[in-house]
Write a protein that binds this ligand. Structure first.
Ligand code: BT5
Length: 253
């Protein structure tokens, strides 16, 4: 094979801006169903029914980037796509000079607290990648239990930050990592692993396949590898992961 891989699509064409949405994923899903081309992005200043995985709520007051990107992937490992989006989101945070870590499957953490989350939804063969980043979100604007484990970029960046600049960085990094995902999955794994907040930590995975053990990184298909207490490595494709009781090792990430 010769030549460079095909250029990744331009993301943000069109860019639909809304003051308010129920969930930007809802509108992006409708665009997908209507046959709109890859690259369309919906962004809202606030969401009234922002959602996370498994029907959980995503608090979306003004001051964040709440956006959804319409992708039409042709090939590539499905399990790695959400990790590629996570890497792009971490790099958009880092563009503000703030180091970020990733907690499987795709939470972005700053100082051990969640600053961003990613929700991928399939619509036929299309994928809607929903990304939420707290940019200038006062923690008081979040429900108290959420605020206790969350943070916002303005609390860490040296200079001023604004949702518009973070969105621009995010779409650029996503264009890059979406292209790499299709042609160079090892690069996605390496970029993700270099920010892995859990590697070496005692963890408890809840969900369909509960596991307790030590996180040992990410498998080539994007699964979490956990070595069980009696020494057997297990791979987990879906679930929620937290530090095993009594350990607060994530603090300071
Ligand atoms: C996620 O789910 O982290 C995916 C979040 C995706 C949000 C974007 S915003 C644009 C697009 N439109 C949508 O409706 N969604 C996407 P999950 O891993 O299930 O985490 C959800 C949990 O994160 C909640 O149960 C809370 O504990 C916490 N959380 C909620 N809002 C938060 C916020 N603004 N900042 C930090 N943590 C939050």
């Amino acid at each position: 094979m010769t030549g460079a891989p095909p250029a990744s699509p331009r993301l943000g064409r069109p860019l639909v801006r809304l003051d308010e949405a129920t969930s930007t994923n809802d509108l992006a899903r409708r665009l997908a169903e209507a046959g709109v081309a890859e690259g369309a992005v919906v962004v809202a200043s606030r969401q009234t029914r922002g959602r996370g995985r498994l029907g959980r709520a995503w608090a979306s007051p003004p001051g964040g980037v709440w956006c959804s990107v319409l992708l039409r992937p042709a090939g590539g490992s499905p399990g790695l796509l959400s990790l590629a989006v996570g890497v792009a989101t971490a790099e958009a945070v880092e563009a503000a000079g703030v180091p970020a870590a990733l907690r499987w499957p795709n939470d972005v953490l700053v100082a051990g607290r969640k600053i961003a989350g990613v929700l991928l939804e399939a619509v036929g063969t299309a994928v809607v990648a929903g990304i939420g980043v707290n940019v200038c979100v006062p923690l008081e604007a979040l429900p108290a239990p959420v605020a206790a484990a969350a943070t916002s970029l303005h609390l860490h960046a040296r200079g001023a930050v604004a949702p518009e600049g973070v969105l621009e960085a995010l779409l650029k990094r996503l264009e890059h990592w979406y292209g790499r995902w299709a042609h160079d999955p090892d690069a996605v794994l390496a970029a993700w692993s270099s920010r892995d907040a859990l590697r070496g930590q005692p963890v408890r995975v809840t969900g369909a396949e509960p596991v307790v053990g030590t996180a040992e990184g990410i498998a080539p298909d994007g699964a979490l590898i956990v070595r069980e207490l009696h020494g057997r490595p297990r791979t987990v494709m879906a679930g929620d992961v937290s530090l095993a009781p009594g350990r607060r090792a994530l603090e300071g990430v």
